[in-house]
Design a protein around this ligand. Structure first.
Ligand code: HEC
Length: 147
């Protein structure tokens, strides 16, 4: 074994350690960066798809399905057509009048206003939270798009 070989080997070993140290430092840095927040329950937003998934399907469609009280089938494929510009069977109001939650009987039924015919919805409760009703109102105010 020659001296030159020893020096050469020593340098390459040092280089390996240096590179390894940089990689370790980089990994250490990334582990300190903020981790993504743990998932929280997604609140309903003012789109029909969100209202469908968060409210109509889990809270209404058990009754408003194939049997459809008042002809109001609220399953995903049928909710839009049965609500938007669709006349209520209980009043002269539309179930949903695009842009006008005050003229939308759906909102009256969810609020449980004294003017409604029959029960507040969901019938027998538990009723929707203010946040949930506000999402429905905001969707109606936005023109009740099929989004
Ligand atoms: C336990 C069964 C049941 C559940 C759950 C339920 N409904 Fe109803 N719904 C009825 C019945 C029965 C009627 C007709 C009698 C009445 O209005 O009280 C009705 C009527 C309605 C009407 C009036 C229809 C019209 O033509 O005027 C609307 C609007 C309505 N429901 C919306 C909803 C919504 C939205 C939900 C979910 C948030 C819901 N309902 C949940 C049973 C239910």
């Amino acid at each position: 074994m020659t001296t030159a070989r020893l020096v050469s080997h020593g340098r390459s070993h040092a280089w390996t350690l240096a590179v390894g140290g940089l990689i370790l430092a980089a990994c250490g840095g990334s582990s300190e960066s903020p981790t993504s927040p743990s998932p929280t329950p997604s609140p309903v937003t003012a789109t029909l798809s969100s209202i469908q998934n968060e409210i109509f399907t889990p809270r209404c469609a058990s009754c408003h399905g194939a049997t459809a009280p008042g002809g109001l089938d609220l399953r995903a494929a049928n909710a839009f057509a049965n609500l938007v510009n669709s006349p209520s069977t209980q009043t002269t109001l539309m179930r949903v009048a695009p842009g006008d939650p005050e003229a939308s009987y759906l909102v009256h039924k969810l609020d449980g206003r004294s003017s409604i015919v029959g029960s507040r919805m969901p019938q027998g409760g538990p009723f929707l939270s203010t946040t949930e009703i506000n999402a429905v109102r905001a969707w109606v105010t936005a023109g009740a798009p099929n989004n």
